[in-house]
Design a protein around this ligand. Structure first.
Ligand code: ATP
Length: 194
C-alpha cells in the first residue's frame, strides 16, 4: 500500500480535491482536523497541553483555540512546545488508522504543511494542489468570512508555491479554468496501478 501526501497552500482546494478522491472510495486522513480532535479527545495529550499552557487552554472541556493561538503566535519556542506535544499523538493516531487500511492500494494523508514540516519525507508520493494567490485569497475570504489581512498573514507562515512545486511529485492545478475531476481521475488510475 502506498501513502500519498497531499498538500497545498491555504485556499488552494486540497480538501475539495480530497473529497473527490473520497468519492472514488479512497480513504483520506485529514491530519490537521485530526490534530484538533485529538487535542480534546486524547486525555494524555490534553493533560500535557494544560501542563505547558495552563488550564485556560480549555474552556469547559473544549479547546480554547483563540487563547492557544495567541500563546504561540509570537513565540517560536511555545509553538515548538505545542508541536512537540501534538505531533507524536497525531503520528500514533495515523499509524493506528493505517493499520485499518491494509487492504487498500493507496491512501491519502492531507496536511497543510506537509513540506514545511518535513513530513513529506515519510510518505511515498506527494501531490501539491496549486492555484493563483489572488484566487486563494478570494476563496478563503468567502469561505471563512476572514479579512484580507488575516488571510495574507496566514499565507505568510507557509512556503511559497514555487518552493513546494520543486519538491512535489504531482501537481493538481485548481485555478478555476482546469477541471479538477479529470486530474484526480488520472492520478487515481496511476496510484491504483502501482
Ligand atoms: P485550507 O488550507 O484553508 O483548509 P484548502 O486548500 O483545503 O484550504 P478548500 O477548503 O478545499 O481549500 O477550498 C477553499 C474554498 O474554495 C472552499 O470554499 C471551496 O469550496 C472553494 N473551492 C475550491 N476549489 C474550487 C473550485 N475548483 N471551484 C469552486 N470553488 C472551489
Amino acid at each position: 500500500m502506498k501513502v500519498i501526501g497531499i498538500t497545498g497552500g491555504i485556499g488552494s482546494g486540497k480538501t475539495t480535491t480530497c473529497e473527490i478522491f473520497q468519492e472514488l472510495g479512497v480513504p483520506v486522513y485529514y491530519a490537521d482536523l485530526r490534530a484538533r480532535e485529538l487535542m480534546t479527545s486524547n486525555a494524555e495529550l490534553k493533560s500535557k497541553i494544560i501542563q505547558s499552557f495552563g488550564s485556560q487552554a480549555y474552556d469547559g472541556g473544549r479547546l480554547n483555540r483563540p487563547y492557544l493561538a495567541q500563546q504561540v503566535f509570537n513565540s517560536e519556542e511555545k509553538l515548538s512546545v505545542l508541536n512537540g506535544l501534538v505531533h507524536p499523538a497525531v503520528a500514533n493516531d495515523f499509524e493506528n488508522w493505517l493499520e485499518e487500511q491494509k487492504e487498500e492500494k493507496y491512501v491519502l494523508k492531507e496536511a497543510a504543511i506537509l513540506f514545511e514540516s518535513g513530513a513529506y519525507q515519510d510518505v511515498d508520493i506527494t501531490v501539491l494542489v496549486i492555484a493563483p494567490e489572488s484566487l486563494r485569497l478570494e476563496r478563503v475570504m468567502e469561505r471563512d468570512g476572514s479579512s484580507k489581512e488575516d488571510v495574507l498573514k496566514r499565507m505568510k507562515n507557509q512556503w511559497t508555491q514555487e518552493r513546494k512545486v520543486k519538491l512535489a511529485d504531482h501537481i493538481i492545478t485548481n485555478d478555476g479554468t482546469q477541471l479538477l475531476i479529470p486530474q484526480v481521475l488520472e492520478l487515481h488510475h496511476r496510484f491504483s496501478d502501482k
